[in-house]
Write a protein that binds this ligand. Structure first.
Ligand SMILES: Cc1ncc(C[n+]2csc(CCOP(=O)(O)OP(=O)(O)O)c2C)c(N)n1
Length: 630
């Protein structure tokens, strides 16, 4: 059969299609998504699950004039393929290629862009409110997953939407999965709605019947209203969405275009806010993804025929080392509890869960709540460890300040994916946390140079009297033996690895190894370059730094973090405040959002590879010596 997809440049090209033609298009979209993600990885499950929903939305809505806002944007591969990006689709998540999320600069059909969960409703409501003020007439729909609907922000938007009562459709794409199975009362509630399919029909039938009863005002009218209300509550105890002021349609089979399209049409026409509850299956149409939705949420390359991951074997990841260390500690101490915000797999806390199910909490996509919940646990005498990606900790900033640090509570933030993250790109880079955490009183911040030091720092952080952030990068460690006993490193101490008269590289995290490589390169040319593994960003090991400053001409700081407010800034502030008077240069990431692509590529581009740093170090050493007066 001739390809339909190849003829689609924009949704305009299929708005006249019959349902069988749309079904063929859906099939081709699935095949294309699978072919591409099998080669380069990506968000397979969510995108396969949203194919029909995406087609129905573009079929019914006059995009891009109407605004369709996708939450996170990881489910929008079909959307990309039917909005002019089919030919570039094979480049998704790769350097210079399409983003794995939505990007306004890629297409006018990308009404919104993000990467963090729960922002779609607020963004869409902003557009709807602007439309009303500007007396425009476009329609707005937002697509939010049941996982993202556990985010507090989503409910803040529903609160306002139910109040403003403007025209907007909230499509709840319910596949009962976050990355892991969705948890919590909201998820349970959606399941209740989902498993009461008679609800809508029965309710509508009874209401229609009562509406047909002639009512002669006053008391009889009130009685009829009361009966309606009773029917409503008898079939299912209340519908939260209706009680918040929405018209609720659902549950609808999100893979059945025959039902989706007419319901979407009437939702679009409704003069007020609508919640359209759509049931989909994550990974739909590809058996391995349907059966293993967690693994197929965001896999690397895989073999299509077997569904096997094509994994390069390598040393354990930092996340794994963190989790194993925490489990070891938790066997010795009953006060340790672990928290994740919907990332049991990514943070590897699933291992902790298997060992201590009662001491493990998945709070949903609710980082703000997680931080304050941790504060409560700590206030009541426990030792909470909140494992969270650096990028998602951004959302809990006020809670970190106001609820944890202000009370000086012993909460450990295990800050995963600290540094560049690769394929997820700009919205997910973990390069701001040093800057936003180090300004907060009582907070201590540490980062080891490798997985051995991560183990040591996690163990030590559990004995601190106040809040601690222990950072570690994405990906595999260096493959050091984890059987060896941990070195006893006093808290707050850096490590002076090499002395060097000409220049000393003061580095944090795995950049220490880059510093050592730079030193070796320059040693071959006769330069004496020192290396310090700072380990602590706050408080800085100022005694060590003062000693090092006495033995070297200058400091060069190295970090895989934004230069603005980062580790180097902390050292420069100290150099200035303490009147040390040593020249200092800071190497790190510039003040721009860094797109998706290999970490090594960006490190090189921003002059943080060993080669680039060696060049800069030599030219600076030469500058310093030429400015020395004879
Ligand atoms: C604030 C925030 N925390 C965590 C994540 C990581 N994350 C990406 S997708 C996802 C699950 C989303 O579930 P849902 O909204 O139901 O969409 P689905 O993938 O099931 O289609 C999570 C937790 C995120 N993107 N943003």
């Amino acid at each position: 059969m001739a390809s339909v997809l190849e003829r689609i440049q924009t949704p305009h090209d299929f708005r006249h299609f019959t349902i069988p033609q749309l079904e063929q298009l859906a099939q081709e979209l699935r095949e294309t998504i699978l072919r591409t993600t099998a080669r380069s990885g990506g968000h397979v499950g969510a995108s396969l699950g949203a194919v029909e929903l995406t087609l129905a939305l573009h079929y019914v809505y006059d995009t891009p004039t109407d605004k369709v806002v996708f939450d996170i944007g990881h489910q929008a591969y079909a959307h990309k393929l039917i909005t002019g990006r089919r030919e570039q689709f094979a480049t998704i998540r790769q350097l210079g290629g399409l983003s794995g999320f939505l990007k306004r600069r890629e297409s006018p059909f990308d009404a919104w862009e993000g990467g963090h969960a729960g922002t779609s409703l607020s963004g869409a409501l902003g557009m709807a409110a602007a439309r009303d003020l500007q007396r425009a007439s476009y329609q707005v729909a937002a697509v939010i997953g049941d996982g993202a609907l556990t985010a507090g922000m989503a409910w803040e938007a529903l609160n306002q939407l139910g109040h403003l009562k403007t025209r907007m459709v909230v499509v709840v794409n319910d596949n009962s999965m976050s990355i892991a199975p969705n948890v919590g009362a909201v998820s349970r509630y959606l399941t209740e709605l989902r498993t009461a399919p008679g609800y809508v029909r029965v309710k509508q039938e009874v209401e229609a019947l009562l509406d047909s009863v002639p009512v002669f005002g006053g008391p009889l009218k009130r009685t009829v209203e009361r009966i309606k209300d009773a029917v409503h509550h008898a079939v299912i105890p209340g519908n939260v969405f209706e009680e918040l002021g929405f018209k609720y349609y659902g549950p609808i089979d999100g893979h059945d275009l025959d039902s989706l399209i007419p319901v979407l049409r009437s939702a679009r026409e409704f003069d007020g806010p609508v919640v359209l509850h759509v049931i989909t299956q994550k990974g739909k149409g590809y058996r391995p993804a349907e059966e293993r939705p967690v693994q197929f949420h965001g896999p690397g390359p895989f073999e299509i025929s077997s569904g096997q991951m094509i994994k390069k074997s390598g040393p354990p990841s930092y996340s794994q080392v963190f989790s194993e260390t925490l489990v070891e500690a938790a066997r010795e101490r009953r006060d340790i509890v672990a928290i994740t915000a919907a990332m049991p797999d990514g943070t590897k806390l699933d291992y902790f869960q298997s060992q201590f199910p009662d001491r493990y909490f998945d709070v949903g996509i609710a980082e703000q709540h997680a931080a304050t919940f941790a504060a409560g646990l700590a206030m009541a005498g426990l030792r909470p460890v909140f494992a969270v990606y650096s990028t998602f900790l951004q959302r809990a900033y006020d809670q970190v300040i106001h609820d944890v640090c202000h009370h000086n509570l012993p909460v450990v933030f295990a800050v995963d994916r600290a540094g560049l993250v690769g394929g997820d790109g700009a919205t997910h880079q973990g390069v701001y946390d040093i800057a936003f955490l180090r300004t907060v009183p009582n907070m201590e911040i540490a980062m080891g140079k490798d997985e051995q030091e991560l183990r040591q720092l996690i163990r030590a952080s559990l004995d601190r009297p106040g809040p601690v952030a222990v950072r570690y990068p994405r990906g595999a460690g260096r493959g050091l033996s984890l059987e060896e006993p941990l070195p006893d490193v006093p808290w707050g101490r850096g490590e002076w690895i090499h002395q060097g008269r000409d220049l000393t590289l003061v580095a944090i995290g795995p950049m220490v190894y880059v510093a050592m490589e730079v030193r070796d390169r320059l040693a071959a040319d006769g330069y004496e370059v020192g290396v310090v593994n700072a380990r602590f960003i706050k408080p800085l090991d100022v005694n060590l730094l003062a000693e090092v400053a006495g033995s070297t001409q200058a400091f060069m700081t190295l970090e895989e973090h934004a230069l603005a407010g980062g580790f180097g800034s902390a050292i420069a502030e100290w150099v200035d405040d303490a009147g040390i008077g040593i020249p200092i240069r800071r190497e790190g990431l510039p003040d721009v959002f860094i797109d998706h692509g290999p970490t090594d590529y960006y490190l090189d581009m921003y002059g943080l590879s060993a080669e680039a740093l060696a060049r800069k170090a030599v030219s600076w050493i030469q500058e310093l010596s030429s400015s020395v007066k004879p």
